[in-house]
Design a protein around this ligand. Structure first.
Ligand SMILES: Cc1cc2nc3c(=O)[nH]c(=O)nc-3n(C[C@H](O)[C@H](O)[C@H](O)COP(=O)(O)O)c2cc1C
Length: 191
């Protein structure tokens, strides 16, 4: 089983990165092969709604999302990690998520070509916000949960934490342990 980590903060080594690292350690401990993609180091434009992919399953935009799409298809689970920017996800994560359009037809059903690999794929989320109330990230959770629900992906749950300074979350044992457990769950054998 391969577990893919998608890091949506432009602050590499920051709180989202630390927690995603923990989740991937948890997945490794459970026997998974892991890979992390840092979105800020990739070229990913937002969806233009040209609808070409509805028919072809191929995005008209030629950038790094094609290679990420391949990684998603190959993974058994995908764990996303992102901080709150202005009460929502970062622009990097939003552009990436919009590009999931490529997986769907005009009725928002899986493209036949992708369905065998996307069916039942596990999806998880980690959020970090500066606000002491981690539920400041609820709009991000809503966005990922609804995507999972619409497509019947297997929702692994989310870890929601608060921190401000770069790497501060490394002192939050509870958040680290929750992230590790999320990764373990992502890699657990199907029962
Ligand atoms: C542009 C920007 C906007 C932010 N907006 C919010 C916000 O709306 N609510 C909040 O709680 N924290 C906000 N924050 C704080 C970050 O969520 C917080 O510092 C977080 O720990 C950053 O995670 P990272 O280290 O993974 O980048 C913002 C930070 C930046 C840079």
């Amino acid at each position: 089983m391969k577990v893919l980590g998608i890091m949506g903060s432009p602050r590499v080594g920051g709180n989202s990165d630390v927690l995603l690292g923990q989740a991937l350690e948890g997945a490794k401990a459970a026997g998974a092969d892991v890979k992390k993609i840092i979105l800020a180091r990739k070229e990913i434009a937002g969806c233009r709604d040209c609808k070409k992919c509805n028919k072809t399953g191929i995005c008209a935009l030629k950038d790094d999302m094609a290679e990420i799409q391949e990684q998603i298809l190959e993974a058994g689970a995908v764990i996303h990690s992102v901080p709150v920017y202005f009460w929502t996800m970062t622009s990097q994560m939003k552009a990436y998520l919009e590009r999931w359009c490529v997986f769907f037809d005009a009725e928002w059903k899986w493209q036949k070509a992708y369905y065998p690999k996307m069916k039942g794929k596990r999806i998880g989320l980690i959020t970090v916000c500066g606000d002491p109330d981690p539920h400041t990230a609820d709009p991000i959770v809503h966005s990922f949960r609804m995507t999972a629900e619409m497509t019947r992906l297997n929702w692994l749950g989310c870890v929601m934490a608060s921190a401000t300074d770069k790497g501060e979350i490394a002192g939050n044992e509870a958040a680290l342990s929750e992230a590790f457990d999320l990764g373990k769950k992502a890699a657990a054998p199907v029962s």
